[in-house]
Design a protein around this ligand. Sequence first.
Ligand code: GDP
Length: 593
Amino acid sequence: LVREDIRNIAIIAHVDHGKTSLVDCMLKQSGIFRDNEEVGERILDSGDLERERGITILAKNTAIEYNGVKINIVDTPGHADFGGEVERVLKMVNSVLLVVDAFEGPMPQTRFVLHKALELNLKPIVVINKIDRPDARPHEVLDEIFDLFVELDASDEQLDFPVVYASAKEGIAKMELDDNSSDIRPLLDTIVRHVEPPVGDPDAPLQMMVSTIEPDEYVGRIAVGRIERGRINYGQRVAVCRKDGSISYAKIGRLYSYKGLKRIEIKESLLGDIVAVSGIEDINIGETICDDQNPEALPFVEIEEPTMSMTFSANNSPFAGTEGEYFTSRHLRDRLYREIQTNLSLKVEETDSPDAFKVSGRGELHLSVLIETMRREGYEFQVSRPEVIYREINGVKYEPMEQLIIDVPEEYMGAVMEKLGPRKAEMLNMHNMNNGYVRMEFKIPSRGLIGYKSEFMTDTKGNGIMHHIFMDYEPYKGDIPTRQRGSLVAFEDGETTVYGLYNAQERGTLFIGPGVKVYQGMVVGENLRSDDMDINVCKKKHMTNMRSSTADEALRLVPYKEMSLEQCMEFIGDDELIEVTPKNIRMRKRVLK
Ligand code: GDP
């Protein structure tokens, strides 16, 4: 059977390139919504944290009805750090929609997902969005996309991608820039024409690979995936093929498909559609839901190994509990173990201390998203500086490398290169953008990036933008020289003061975290937290009520000044100066001399 009535497509876009607007626009115009019903909630990418961090954390689904065809649109996680998730999501679809801003061009965060899509032989549709922008440069952007495809080893067939020019803002799409168009239909038509419909046997025994899990307060774990073959009914008895090769049996509770931004209950569905099922309490991502008479597992998608780890410790400081709800080791432990059920590329290990857990993930961003999410939920804990995970292959030490993209006004180029050189960055590419900015592309050991963000913001006076993404493992690049120990940095604007200390053994600034008091210009307390993760702005007015914000935000928020060791001794007094231990952010209160 060829499901002519279904198209499954994943959407790949760098943050702010217009993915949400485009999907909203397709939804509105495809007539799902009655005239007076607003799309309103932008569910596709609604998390605050996701928006701030510039990434999408969990894949979500939207379905559009267009001319009798149901188009399932699956969101892709924008960041490579999240391991096997991308591949599992891409296995549900037959094509990808690559959305690129007509001014900014392709960005590194989308590169990994695109690469995976090309590897899986998917043939993308390229959407150059925001063509209404006065500074739009659609021709050059198209060339850049083409170059990227070549670089990522696209096949001839993949290089022959269809291009749609769009303005989600104006609600139009067109095949050629000088076409007249008054709606988004050319994009919908391209999807229907270009994306292959799912094919398979509706009478074969059921197989459905679980690609994502959506926790639901009322019905428990909901497993989402595409039906590979056969059909599925609510209430049906099924076999579940487990990761470890065992088989268990369960009954499907509710069965859902997607309509617009909603999940709706249905009675039956067959091969090709993306559905969600409840009732299998202990189901995991990557497992196969099968016919109970003929259980046959689909190949399991390997989870990619973590590249970085940090220690999370329960907060034992006397200030603990003033802000958060959860601060004991047990809270922390339960939360972390809950996380690894859906966050598959994350690892949690016990340590020698019952209060501390080693958490490993796909890079710093993966870990910092978790930290921030947990802090927002009210968990109180401290984290160590990130440490990269080395690998040993045939006696050679390998380390994780990242691709780093930097956009800066020309005048700051020198300052940036001066800092990146000693950090073992290797320049791959450089070109002028037509707005006075230069884009530089580097390959750098993940180690070299630790603590770099705040220096970068300082060196570019907040005018630079940097993105980085895990690339691969390469032989160890040698030692990176460390900074002078002990200079204190203060960021202040009258009301807000942030204090940081350049650490001795490690590079970068460490910032004062929760449980630290600032009075009369002095820093007291036990906790510092490393930069790049997040930093706490201590309002003098509300000394114990500190809220975290990102290092970028803080640096933009307040001017800073750097002091010599002598100056800071004078500034805060001998007794109160604190030293940071590199392994753990907990402080030893000691005079630095
Ligand atoms: P997402 O992060 O990829 O989901 O991007 P959004 O859809 O949230 O769009 C990011 C920003 O770009 C918003 O301020 C939109 O209003 C704006 N935007 C989206 N599409 C267009 C467009 O076609 N033209 C212009 N000028 N702005 C757009």
